[in-house]
Design a protein around this ligand. Structure first.
Ligand code: ZN
Length: 297
């Protein structure tokens, strides 16, 4: 019998929970997908999946949120107010820890994806990396000097403001809190409401020029606030062919050569600065497993 410790990971999404078991090097030995239904049913199914692997040393969870990550908070490990029916105020950590008798590491889904890309993907070998996901919503995970950035709660970069030229874009924005914040203007949901169709069905160049405009501003805000060595842009909307090239070109113009470092002054270096995820759709589960590895003392 092998004595190599195994780690569990859960990419806990609003429509499915992806579960995996891997060794400390990230080699996956089992995977499973559980539809997200009620908290009780979904968590019980995850427990059953992991019970088949009795040598687990720890489990990591990258969860949709917002999630309470504040150490010492009475509701640590709970999903907070969420529009997902039945899931508000759900404790996702305690039921797993109690049923499986292992430590459980928790972070946001996007922080998990950032950690996965930093550890084993497009951010390998760097100290500080920003991972932005552009899908139904917009989120950000950051590894800063080798650690996930938390602070007050966790970054909510999707809700920053970006310039909104109403003569070019009359759409008021889709964010229920802010209207035309970044997520309200550039998320997949914003695109669907502005144009009346899902992003994958939109082919007009002007649609994607506008999208690149907003995301290029996001790239420059990240550049100037966090000084990441690389910005990784993932999520369903970001898979659009040609979008990354438009974002790079516009960000290069917005930078206007300042500061004078290669990523911002050498057009070809920008190709290495703003990139897609190299783990494809596996960034999140890879990072969730790593959250398990890292939650042990
Ligand atoms: Zn907002």
């Amino acid at each position: 019998m092998s004595t190599t410790p195994l780690y569990g990971g859960i990419e806990a999404g609003g429509t499915k929970w992806v579960c995996a078991v891997a060794d400390a090097h990230g080699h996956v030995v089992a995977t499973g997908v559980i539809p997200t239904t009620t908290p009780r049913t979904t968590i019980a199914a995850a427990v059953r999946f992991f019970r088949d692997h009795r040598t687990l040393a720890a489990i990591g969870v990258g969860s949709f949120g917002p999630v309470d990550l504040r150490a010492g908070s009475p509701t640590y490990g709970h999903i907070m107010a969420t529009p997902k029916p039945g899931w508000a105020h759900t404790d996702v950590v305690s039921p797993l820890r109690t049923a499986l008798h292992v430590p459980v590491g928790l972070d946001t889904d996007v922080n998990a994806a950032a950690l996965g890309e930093w550890r084993r993907g497009a951010g390998q070998g760097l100290e500080t990396v920003a991972y932005m996901t552009v899908g139904t919503g917009i989120g950000l995970g950051t590894v800063a000097n080798g650690r996930l950035l938390h602070g007050l709660l966790h970054p909510e970069f999707g809700h920053i403001r970006v310039p909104h030229d109403r003569s070019r874009d009359v759409f008021a924005g889709s964010c229920p809190f802010h209207g035309d914040c970044l997520e309200g203007l550039a998320s997949g949901e914003a695109m669907r409401r502005r144009w009346g169709q899902r992003p994958e069905n939109l082919d007009e160049p002007a649609v994607w020029e506008l999208e690149a405009e907003y995301l290029a501003h996001a790239v420059m805000n990240l550049t100037y606030t966090l000084s990441p060595e690389r910005i990784i842009i993932g999520g369903g909307v970001a898979k659009r062919a040609g979008l990354m090239a438009r974002i790079r070109a516009r960000a290069f113009d917005l930078a206007a050569g300042y500061p004078a470092i290669p990523a911002l002054t050498d057009r070809s270096a920008m190709d290495d600065y703003v990139v897609g995820p190299s783990l494809g759709d596996h960034s999140g589960i890879t990072g969730a497993i790593e959250l398990g590895v890292r939650c042990l003392p």
